[in-house]
Design a protein around this ligand. Structure first.
Ligand SMILES: C[S@@+](CC[C@H](N)C(=O)[O-])C[C@H]1O[C@@H](n2cnc3c(N)ncnc32)[C@H](O)[C@@H]1O
Length: 244
């Protein structure tokens, strides 16, 4: 191996493009997720001991983007146990700057205590309330100072209406060359998961919201490289780059 990083990265892009076009492989990946979800595979993992409800590839992809963007502020809707918020906070700690603002309608005190028990928890701001309540959006935005770089992670209620509202209410905060990651776009691509009844499903989910949001929007594009290279993912078509 020559360890020519430029060549390595160029090959990665080329291979990601062919991977994205490999329909048989994409179908296999969806099948794998659909079948493993019968065993709630997504609930198997923790980050620093807190359940993180993401696919392992999406966690890696998010890590790449956080390291690349080095945001001053990350806003995440949907905290649950706190694994993802602690994941982002731990990355910000490694970077040496930044804070994460997490929003959830349900924030039990025992979860707050655990999330705030890390040596880097001063990088975490928790807000209880609905992510689409204007006063909550304003509160989250109040943590952003003039000129700061902002990323957005949407992982709360996964209905079309809710995610579209979140995109409309928060996207103006996201800065050029940064990203929005919209979770669980996979709902559009697999049959209704009967074992976990939800108010969302095919035709009404984060992917349909992203598609509606991108229509006529000239600030955000689907990031081709990320949407191609992620394979065993919950978020295909959910990686949006801010281009202006
Ligand atoms: C999929 S979980 C979040 C998982 C977490 N991001 C992780 O990776 O571990 C979804 C969370 O969204 C929250 N939620 C549902 N509706 C919401 C709303 N309107 N505003 C904010 N949070 C909401 C739920 O309480 C739940 O904790």
């Amino acid at each position: 191996m020559s360890f020519d990083r430029e060549q390595f990265d160029a090959d990665k892009i080329k291979n990601a493009t062919s991977l994205g076009k490999d329909e048989e492989l994409q179908k296999l990946a969806l099948e794998l997720i659909e079948k493993s979800d019968k065993h709630y595979h997504a609930y198997q993992w923790t980050w620093l001991d807190l359940p993180i409800i993401q696919s392992t590839e999406d966690i890696l992809a998010a890590q790449e983007l956080v390291w690349k963007v080095k945001p001053d502020v990350i806003i995440e809707t949907g905290i649950a146990w706190g694994g993802s918020i602690v994941f982002y906070a731990s990355l910000l700690q490694l970077i040496g700057k930044g804070k994460i603002v997490g929003i959830d309608v349900a924030l039990p005190q025992k979860n707050i205590d655990k999330i705030m028990s890390y040596p880097f928890s001063d990088r975490i701001e928790l807000i209880q309330g609905s992510a689409v309540d204007q006063s909550i959006v304003d509160l989250a935005a109040s943590h952003i100072k003039e000129g700061q770089t902002v990323m957005l992670m949407l992982d709360s209620n996964h209905t079309h209406e809710h995610v579209l509202k979140e995109l409309e209410m928060y996207s103006h905060l996201v800065t050029k060359d940064s990203y929005i990651i919209v979770s669980d776009t996979i709902v559009e691509d697999i049959p209704t998961q009967e074992h976990r009844p939800r108010p969302w499903g095919p035709g009404d989910n984060p992917k349909t919201a992203v598609n509606a949001f991108l229509k006529g929007n000239d600030r955000f594009v689907l990031d081709e490289y990320y949407n191609n290279k992620i394979l065993v993912t919950f978020d295909k078509g959910g990686y949006l780059r801010c281009v202006k």
